[in-house]
Design a protein around this ligand. Sequence first.
Ligand SMILES: CC(C)=CCC/C(C)=C(\C)COP(=O)(O)OP(=O)(O)O
Length: 353
Amino acid sequence: MTSCAPPRVQGPSGLGTTAARLVHDPGYAERPWGNGTAPPLYVPVVERINDALADEVDDRLVAWAGSCGFVDDELVQLRKAGFGRLVTLAHVDTDDPDRLLIAAQMNAAWWAADDRYADDTEQGATPTELPPRLALVMAAMDPVAPAGEFSKQLDEALRADPILVALNSGVGHMTRHGSPAQVQRVCYSTFAMFVSWNAYAAWRYTGAYPPAWEYLAARQHDSFYTSMTLVDIVGGYELPANLYYDPRVRQALTQAGTASVMVNDLHSVEKDAADEKPVCNMVLQIAADRDCSIEEATEITVGLHNDLVHDFEAGHHALAAVPSLELQRFLRGVRAWMGGGFEWHATNPRYRS
Ligand SMILES: CC(C)=CCC/C(C)=C(\C)COP(=O)(O)OP(=O)(O)O
């Protein structure tokens, strides 16, 4: 019997991968951030800044959000957040605003769910309501099979909340551009992310916050890995599932996703600490664990971030030997996402205290 599975990854490993650290790759740079007092972050360089394209995507995003039921100040805040700008910085292998809109819609909707259901007490997030809300999000993203009289009430619930409408609509748009395997990849990494959100909710509810190692393990699934699942759909090609899930590729992608979300934690310390139920954050968990200052915990988090990026870089170099154009394009796309994600956080009003 012949197999139609793509070849398993067999790039070099071992010494060659660590040697990559010794050679400076011009695709990366040390960048100052925040008020400039913390050590610099080692990040991929930004490959594209195109404000006109970003504005176009943001215009389309805000019009779409209005059609999902977001109103007035919510639309103003959405525009200000600049998710169109984020995806234009991060997804550099297309200039097509309709494809970029897929990523803008999904990121805006994920962020809205995160703020309103999980993190932001002022916006109505409560730990005890989170799990059932997330169960409905899953139904909005991955249609529940028709169930006679029970479907009517479900449909009403899915239409009653703009976040659910947005996630349903965003997946619909993604489905028009991506294959079934790609779409389910996005859905299931979102659902894994929700397990971490539920863990944070339990920690915030009991007040028994996790040690840094446990938070970091949860953060791997609640990271920009989820955003990076969109790289090939937005780019207009498909990385086959058996390459996407190859352990060495997966490790590189989780390193990239976690590194990028450490950039978020570094920029969010004040915002996360200020909530009446403080939001888990690597800097805050390290400071609590080690009874050290925020400055020291920041330095440790920067070190962790930089190690993750160096490890991604080494893994990327090792995987360069794999004869798959899609894999090479995807890894370049993930590298670009990290660079664009850094630029967005460093320049976004959401993270300015
Ligand atoms: C993939 C994605 C955008 C998921 C939503 C969850 C999310 C907003 C992040 C992974 C970013 O982390 P965090 O919730 O800490 O973000 P803010 O600091 O509130 O911007």
